[in-house]
Design a protein around this ligand. Structure first.
Ligand code: MSP
Length: 468
C-alpha cells in the first residue's frame, strides 16, 4: 500500500462556489476514489482561503464582519461538496487556529533561515487575483481575469529572497523532481523563471484581515504566502506526518507561478521536501471568457445537482473537455449529453438486460465479469484523462448495445434459450465491469448497478437516470 496525498487549491470565500471550483475538487475526488480502489492510503485535502483584502471587501459589501462572512461562505463550499459526493479526508480553513499556528512557525523558520528581508514595494496590485502585477500582465490597463484596473500601492513589506532559490527550483522542474504536467505548463513555469522573477512580499502593510506577522504586528502575512502553507498546516506543521510531500497538487492554470515557483522555493528555504507533482488543468469558459464572480457568468454546481442528480452532475462536469485544456461550456448541451450517455446508454442497457433476466430467467443467470483493459484504464486515470476514460467506457457500452441488437435475446429465448442466456450473461458481465470502472465518476449509480447484478436475484428496478 502506498500513501497518496492529493490536494486542491483552497478557494477564496469572497463568493459562493461555482463549477470552476467544483471541477478541480471533483477531479481530485475521482482520482482519490480510484487510488483508494487500488488499495492506496489516500489523503485528499481541500479547503477555503479566507484572509486578505479580497475577502474583507466582499464581507464589507455583504454588510458582515469578516469572520461571520467567511463562516457562512465556507459552509456553502462544504455543502456544495456534499451535494456533489466529494469525499475529502480533511477540509482546512485558513482562519482555523491550527493553520495560523503553522503559518507563524513556518514564517519564523523562513526568517531564521535568512530567507527574508525588509523592503519597499511600489507597484501594481490586483485585489481580484490577490497578486502584484506588472504592466506586461495587463490588457488595456486592466487585469484580464478580473476586468479591473489594479491599484497603485507603495508599502513596506517583508520580502522572500526568491533569487537565492530560483536556480534550484529550475533544476527540480527541469529534471521532473517536481513534475509539472501537462508539458505546456512545465514550459510555462520554466519560461517564468527565465524572465527572472522578482523577490516577492510575504507580508502586507495595510491589510488588516490576515495573520499578524509574528515579529512585526503592523504587517499581516500576504494571503498567498499563508494560503500555500495550508498543504502542510493541515498535516500538523511544524510536525509533519508521512503524507508530506504531496504526490500531486491539482491546480488551475491561473495559479501556476505560486505553486510551481514560490511554493517550492519557500519549502527549500524551510528545509522541507518539495511536492512531487503539480497537475495543471484548464478553465471552464463561457463564450470564451473565464467563469468568475467578477465577470458575472457563473454556473452553480448545486443547480446541476438539483437538475440532474449527483452522479449526472459529476459526469457532466468531467466529460466536457480534456482536463489539461480550456473548454467552453454550453449549458444548453447538458440535457443532450445526459440523455445520450446516462439515460439511453448506461441506464437503458442495465434496465433492459435486468428486465430480460428477470422475466425469462427468474432473475438468476450465471455470468463471469468481463475483464476490461485495466492497464489502459489505470494509465488514462494516472494521466488525468477523464474524458478519454469516459469515452472508452461509452464505446464499451455501445458494443454491448450492439450485441443486444444483433442477437435479440428477447426473440432468442423462444428458439434457443441456452444461447439467449449466454448473450445476457455476456452483457451482464460487461455491465458490471463498466460499472466498476465508472465508480469513481458515478459512485452511487455504479454501486446500484453492481448490487443489481451481483446481489441476489436480478430485477429491473427503478430507472437509474430519469429521462429529461
Ligand atoms: N485562493 C487561491 C488558491 C490558493 S491555493 C493555495 C485561489 N482561489 S480561487 O477561488 O480563485 O480558486 C482557484 C481555483 O479554482 C483555480 O486554480 C481552479 O482550480 C479553480 N477554478 C476557478 N475558476 C475556474 C474556471 N473557470 N474553470 C476551471 N477551474 C477554475 O486562486
Amino acid at each position: 500500500m502506498s500513501k497518496f496525498y492529493i490536494t486542491t487549491p483552497i478557494y477564496y470565500v469572497n463568493a459562493r462556489p461555482h463549477i470552476g471550483h467544483a471541477y478541480t475538487t471533483l477531479a481530485a475526488d475521482v482520482v482519490s476514489r480510484w487510488r483508494k480502489s487500488k488499495g492506496d492510503d489516500v489523503f485528499f485535502l481541500t479547503g477555503t482561503d479566507e484572509h486578505g483584502a479580497k475577502v474583507a471587501e466582499a464581507a464589507k459589501a455583504a454588510g458582515k464582519e469578516p469572520q461571520e462572512f467567511v463562516d457562512s461562505v465556507a459552509l456553502e463550499f462544504k455543502d456544495a461538496w456534499k451535494h456533489l459526493g466529494i469525499e475529502y479526508s480533511d477540509f482546512i480553513r485558513t482562519t482555523e487556529s491550527r493553520h495560523q499556528k503553522g503559518v507563524v512557525a513556518f514564517l519564523e523558520k523562513l526568517k531564521d533561515a535568512g530567507a527574508l528581508c525588509e523592503g519597499e514595494y511600489a507597484g501594481l496590485y490586483c485585489t481580484g487575483c490577490e497578486s502584484f502585477k506588472t504592466e506586461k500582465e495587463l490588457v488595456d490597463g486592466k487585469c484580464p481575469d478580473h476586468n479591473r484596473a489594479p491599484e497603485k500601492v507603495t508599502e513596506k513589506n517583508w520580502f522572500f529572497k526568491l533569487s537565492d532559490y530560483l536556480k534550484k527550483v529550475e533544476s527540480l522542474i527541469e529534471n521532473d523532481a517536481i513534475r509539472i504536467r501537462p508539458e505546456s505548463a512545465k514550459k510555462e513555469a520554466l519560461g517564468l523563471i527565465k524572465q527572472k522573477l522578482e523577490d516577492f512580499s510575504v507580508s502586507r502593510e495595510n491589510v488588516k484581515w490576515g495573520i499578524p506577522l509574528p515579529w512585526d504586528a503592523h504587517q499581516t502575512v500576504y494571503v498567498w504566502v499563508e494560503a500555500l502553507q495550508n498543504y502542510i498546516t493541515a498535516l500538523g506543521y511544524p510536525k509533519l506526518d508521512a503524507y508530506w510531500p504531496a504526490d500531486v497538487h491539482l491546480i488551475g492554470k491561473d495559479i501556476l507561478k505560486f505553486h510551481a515557483i514560490y511554493w517550492p522555493a519557500m519549502l527549500l528555504a524551510a528545509g522541507l521536501p518539495t511536492p512531487k507533482e503539480i497537475f495543471v488543468h484548464g478553465y471552464f469558459t463561457i463564450d470564451g471568457k473565464k467563469m468568475g464572480k467578477s465577470l458575472g457568468n457563473v454556473i452553480d454546481p448545486n443547480e446541476l445537482v438539483a437538475g440532474y442528480g449527483q452522479d449526472a452532475a459529476r459526469y457532466l462536469l468531467l466529460s466536457q473537455f480534456p482536463f489539461g485544456t480550456d473548454g467552453d461550456v454550453k449549458a444548453e448541451k447538458f440535457v443532450e449529453q445526459y440523455n445520450a450517455f446516462l439515460v439511453n446508454g448506461l441506464g437503458n442497457l442495465a434496465a433492459r438486460a435486468a428486465a430480460l433476466i428477470e422475466n425469462h430467467f427468474n432473475g438468476t443467470i450465471l455470468f463471469g465479469e468481463e475483464q476490461l483493459d485495466r492497464a489502459e484504464y489505470d494509465r488514462l486515470m494516472g494521466e488525468f484523462k477523464f474524458d478519454e476514460v469516459l469515452k472508452f467506457l461509452q464505446a464499451k457500452l455501445g458494443e454491448l448495445d450492439k450485441r443486444m441488437e444483433e442477437e435479440k435475446p428477447w426473440e432468442l429465448v423462444k428458439k434457443d434459450k441456452a444461447r439467449a442466456e449466454q448473450v445476457l450473461a455476456g452483457v451482464a458481465g460487461g455491465i458490471v465491469a463498466i460499472a466498476r470502472e465508472l465508480s469513481p465518476f458515478l459512485p452511487s449509480a455504479s454501486e446500484k448497478i453492481i448490487a443489481q447484478f451481483t446481489a441476489g436475484s436480478i430485477a429491473k428496478g427503478e430507472p437509474l437516470f430519469p429521462r429529461k
